[in-house]
Design a protein. Structure first.
Length: 287
């Protein structure tokens, strides 16, 4: 894809997202939970009105105010990402806008249970990161923006924690029944059948148990963020810039490992480095 076609695609996704935001149901039901704070509902109305009118700056300010008040909703995150993308589209871009757009779409995808919204956020995220990659090509930097999850985490993410736990319990029961059939049955055929059943259930039990532990660990301790700066240069723990390292890609999703003052240790693919804390925006998690 040439730079011109990628830029055209970025413009198209902003238009597409804008149209979609007009027809998708807004997350007002969950937002009502936060309306004990005076003005939250009015602020939400102002944000959506500004977005629909194309006033990207006003929409960004209103959505950020909602975020500051603790309003967490996938549609709000999606619209916030759209507001930042729209500000880039109309030529009023500020440093970090692409990263903040990516963060909004990532958060919407994580929080939503609506397949349409997840799909729309995923497509918007791809185009935003394509624009980041285009700019990095022009700057002579690495174009890798999304290294993807490790195989283990990708496998664990295929199913919910409760589903893995249920599979683990079912495999455990099946394994136990197979052992009992093998040890207690007087029939050779039953003993063979029990051995086969337990032999099949054992690896499934190990897999399901490991995935249950992994998903539970992610739920309790995993913290992730998105890079919202185009100049997040990696350093070592002493704050010395890593020789030859390019800045982490704006819009990249990273795992938060540790924090020390103004520096945060992150994992990005195979890289384990320190970056300025201000270059990151943490992803909200569902309760």
């Amino acid at each position: 894809m040439t730079p011109t076609s990628m830029e055209s695609s970025f413009r198209n996704v902003v238009i597409l997202c804008f149209v979609i935001s007009s027809i998708l149901p807004f997350g007002t039901d969950r937002l009502l939970l936060a309306e004990e704070e005076t003005g939250t509902k009015d602020l939400f109305s102002q944000a959506t009105s500004a977005l629909h009118d194309g006033r990207a700056g006003d929409a960004v300010a209103a959505f950020e105010s909602l975020a500051d008040r603790g309003a967490i909703d996938p549609t709000l995150s999606y619209d916030r990402g759209l507001a930042y993308a729209l500000r880039v589209r109309i030529g009023a871009e500020q440093p970090g806008d692409l990263g903040r757009a990516a963060q909004g779409f990532e958060e919407a995808s994580d929080l939503s249970r609506d397949p349409r919204l997840v799909d729309d956020a995923g497509r918007a995220l791809i185009i935003v990161r394509s624009e980041v990659a285009r700019r990095r090509v022009l700057a002579g930097e690495s174009v890798e923006v999304d290294p993807g999850r490790s195989l283990g985490r990708a496998l664990a993410g295929l199913l919910a924690e409760d589903t893995w736990a249920a599979l683990s319990a079912a495999a455990s029961l099946t394994f136990s029944l197979g052992l009992f059939a093998r040890w207690l049955s007087g029939s050779a055929r039953s003993r063979i059948a029990g051995a086969v059943v337990s032999g099949v259930a054992a690896p499934l039990l190990i897999l399901a148990g490991a995935m249950t532990a992994a998903t539970r660990g992610d739920r309790l301790s995993l913290r992730e963020a998105v890079v919202v700066s185009s100049s997040a240069r990696p350093t070592d723990e002493r704050g010395i810039t890593v020789s030859g390292a390019h800045p982490l890609p704006e819009g990249a999703r990273v795992q938060l490992i540790d924090e020390r003052g103004a520096q945060t240790r992150v994992r990005f693919g195979s890289m384990d480095v320190w970056v300025p804390a201000g270059a990151l925006r943490q992803l909200a998690r569902a309760d």
